[in-house]
Design a protein around this ligand. Sequence first.
Ligand SMILES: [Zn+2]
Length: 276
Amino acid sequence: MISYHDIATGLQDLGLNRSTPVLAHISLANLGEVKGGLNTVTGALLATVDNVMMPSFTFSTMVIPESGPEENLMVYGSGRETNLAAEVFSHDLPSDMPDSEASEALRGYPGVYRSGHPVFSFTGLGLDVALVNHPAEDPYAPISELRKLDGWVLLMGAEPSANFSVHYAEKLAGRKQFTHWALSAEGIHEIPHYPGCSDGFHKLHYYMQEELHTVRVADSYWHAMKVDTLLNVAVALIKEDAFALLCNNLNCPRCNLERASIKAQYSHQWRPESQT
Ligand SMILES: [Zn+2]
């Protein structure tokens, strides 16, 4: 069983301190048994860092239109019934993402601010500056701001696939992303740059080398990295190898579409030497 002290020590050993703004991804289930449970986890985190934000994503707000762009892995017109059950995003709508216990607990703290993206909202304490402008068309706006603040990403028992910031690197590197639609009180929003598959993100850790800080707390591994370094490494990796960070599942529709789009781009650019 891990204690408040174990958690606080683990976070300090990762290099985090009061002045480090942190985007925290926490998988409570992977932490093992914690003395005092969720309250201990959030309490130790907030005692270590002053400014923290967590994802409060709401996939239940998404709707499927009658038509849209091609190669978007969406069956247009298939949402006539499910669209009726979609939620309208509001700042009070609970997150429906996996492992949302810690971010839901943070949402209950006084003084928190939640950004307004209808699907990819973040809840933060002391990070209003990164969250105040989060339009539907820019899912990664808070991460871009966190980078300017010299922020860090923390994976506390969370899998590398939970590292949403890597999707921002994919956008910066020009990788194909998707278009989705979601409801807010203002109506239907188009959401460009909707992320693809994250199952290959563990491959990034190797390339981060000593810039990836890792500790083991009981049976779980925790990682921390600077947002700026993460983005620099991931963007360089994708620019060098267009297939980098895709997953190894041969039946993954998103990664397969990614590969097909890269190959189509190559064959389009390719010219036999005799013609150049
Ligand atoms: Zn995949």
